[in-house]
Ligand binder design. Structure first.
Ligand code: ZN
Length: 350
């Protein structure tokens, strides 16, 4: 698939291209950024102000949909404490949808009280994973989600049910695609306004993806992880099948904080760089996103998994771009301090 045609090398960096002739790809896709929630939940705790600044910087880069917080017990997940303070500072940026993950009805009420634009809930397609993760059977989770949907419907707040382990489970292995499709139908019947299929432990491949999507239909979003290096490939395959909604995480944050790069979400930078090159519109400026990710790397204090965060877009000018190295240790010193000051200025001004 890699072309070696020399004329293709003459492209300027990071420019939105025309759709790639011959490809059957959507004209545009919606990226929901999950870094502030899925990404940061496994990191050392950041202040609500730092988390709000991150959300605003991501919105500033053109991202129009951000999962910003979760209303979980601060004892269970200290890094997600004080979500209401994050939301109060983020406010309602024009044109942006700000989402909160909730684990139960109580969390949903708190999220609605904080005036979120969208709620996400999760249930695993794997019975064992669901039991271990939330100590409920799949049926109990589905009932709980239906109650949350009913509550949210009263204020017209949409609920996206995220189905984890949709492409396989570390416990049960491959799950029958028909069972996944049945669960999607049950969640829709229960009032979910959208469904997202999550590859929680990175078991999806183009083959598995096409089996599952053939059963569920393409009216779903995808939440891919880069556990085995197939995350971007899966996104590409999914677009060819007509999927137009993707979750991704700035820097590829997510997964174990002690094994950067091992099991994070698909990195937003990597996805945007690919989509720019394919001529698929996202509305996101890769340049601004890279500035945001440089600051995030400092905040989390370890190298990011995103490759594009270090290499830049494929035609990036190596002399002009910042000198972040994938070695990581010097990253803090080599970040342009003016970039950082501009960024903090940008995000604290509102
Ligand atoms: Zn994830």
């Amino acid at each position: 698939m890699e072309r070696t045609d020399r004329s293709r090398r003459a492209r300027p960096a990071n420019r939105q291209l025309e759709p790639w002739a011959g490809s059957e790809l959507p004209e545009s896709v919606v990226i929901r950024e999950v870094g502030p929630r899925d990404g940061l939940q496994g990191e050392a705790t950041l202040s609500p102000h730092a988390r709000a600044s991150l959300v605003l910087a991501l919105v500033e880069s053109g991202i129009r949909h951000v999962e910003a917080v979760s209303f979980v017990s601060p004892k269970a997940v200290p890094s997600m404490a004080r979500p209401d303070e994050v939301l109060a500072e983020v406010g309602h940026p024009e044109g942006a949808t700000i989402t909160a993950l909730v684990p139960n009805l109580k969390g949903a009420q708190l999220a609605l009280d904080a005036d979120v634009d969208e709620i996400t809930v999760t249930v695993a397609a794997s019975a064992t994973y669901n039991e271990r993760n939330v100590k409920m059977s799949i049926e109990e989770s589905v009932e709980s989600i239906a109650a949350i949907c009913e509550l949210a419907a009263a204020s017209g707040t949409p609920v996206d049910a995220v189905l984890s382990c949709a492409f396989g489970s570390p416990y049960e292995g491959d799950l029958p695609a028909a069972d996944v499709a049945d669960l999607v139908g049950t969640l829709r019947d229960g009032g979910a306004s959208a469904i997202t299929l999550a590859d929680t432990t990175g078991m999806a491949t183009p083959r598995v993806l096409s089996e599952v999507l053939s059963a569920t239909g393409i009216e779903v979003g995808l939440h891919m992880h880069e556990t085995r290096g197939t995350g971007l490939l899966n996104c590409y395959t999914a677009m060819q099948m007509g999927i137009v909604r993707f979750d991704s995480s700035v820097g590829g944050l997510g997964g174990s904080p002690f094994a950067a790069g091992a099991a994070g979400n698909v990195a937003t930078e990597d996805l945007v760089a690919l989509l720019d090159d394919l001529g698929v519109r996202t509305g996101i400026s890769l340049e601004r996103l890279l500035r945001a990710s440089a600051v995030i790397e400092e905040l989390v204090g370890h190298p990011l998994a995103s490759r594009v965060a270090y290499a830049g877009g494929r035609l990036a000018d190596h002399d002009a771009r910042d000198t972040r190295s994938s070695g990581g240790a010097e990253a803090g010193q080599t970040l342009g301090s003016r970039d950082r000051a501009d960024f903090i200025g940008d995000v604290t001004a509102r």
